[in-house]
Design a protein around this ligand. Sequence first.
Ligand code: SF4
Ligand code: SF4
Ligand code: SF4
Ligand code: FES
Length: 307
Amino acid sequence: MPGVSLTINDKKVRVPAGTTILEAARELNITIPTLCHDKRLSPFGACRLCVVEVRGRKNLPAACVTPVEEDMTVLTESPAVVEARRTIIELLLANHPLDCLTCEKSGNCRLQDYAYRYGVKRTPFEGTRDQLPLDDNNPFIIRDPNKCILCGKCVRACQEIRGQAVLGFAFRGPATRVVPPLDVSLGESDCVFCQNCVAVCPTGALRDKYLAGKGRWWEFQPEAVTCPFCANGCHFYLLRKEGKVVAVAAGGAAPGRPMCLRGRLALTLIFCEEPPQPQIKTEKGFAAVSWTEALGLEELAGKLWPK
Ligand code: SF4
Ligand code: SF4
Ligand code: SF4
Ligand code: FES
């Protein structure tokens, strides 16, 4: 096979030219931790958690944006790499609320997973630990800026998958945050509540509001389902707890799969044991409506059951 040969952790692999070190490692089932990378989104290279050691190089390149080279020798868990990753996690935790005990994302959080993997129990760094207000004046998403690690996945998912560009980076330096335009709430923005951003967020910074209080992640048995209501075939998860479907969660965000709110609501109505009263956005804010109205079926209902 034409391509590039390299060695990763003493294992040889041959991959097409242009492959990144991260992708080559995955060919060998070697897991390199990532926070800002998502193969469905454009490369970003910001979090640096995926750094690796390349023999002969002084710096530690980010595996997700560094292409392989012929005869490269890569170490993914060398002492220098592990030390760098521990420092990155400690820096992230310096500005992160340590409330994993009650955080809805606990058990499904990459930051928590990597802190565990690298044995980071506390941070030596003094962060500002701002107490920013929650953005939850909408029925669908809780945005907790205190738990945002600025990985930018939501920004790219909203723009590249949904084409909405609701979320973006704002302010500078330590004050940098991910916010809707003019720092308004999601409810006041052009957000369509598709939850593509929720599906890619690695921490508890963006959460499905309907899941709040429904259970811990390890209590759910997720079942992947494909939405049958249009040709996009978006992916969702039915979250079962004690045999009952308690929620429908946004599944894998992917180009061409917008995961529209209407599809999620329809699946919620069909599968959830106790579906919530649906709400839609009106000029005066969010309002409770019938399922017929929420699913946009008034015209069809009018034909089937004329008044
Ligand atoms: S977002 Fe993750 S690391 Fe942060 S409190 Fe929640 S579970 Fe813990
Ligand atoms: S819910 Fe959808 S439209 Fe709203 S911010 Fe997230 S990705 Fe963008
Ligand atoms: S809200 Fe989540 S996905 Fe968006 S930048 Fe923050 S941590 Fe990343
Ligand atoms: S995952 Fe590579 S820089 Fe973030």
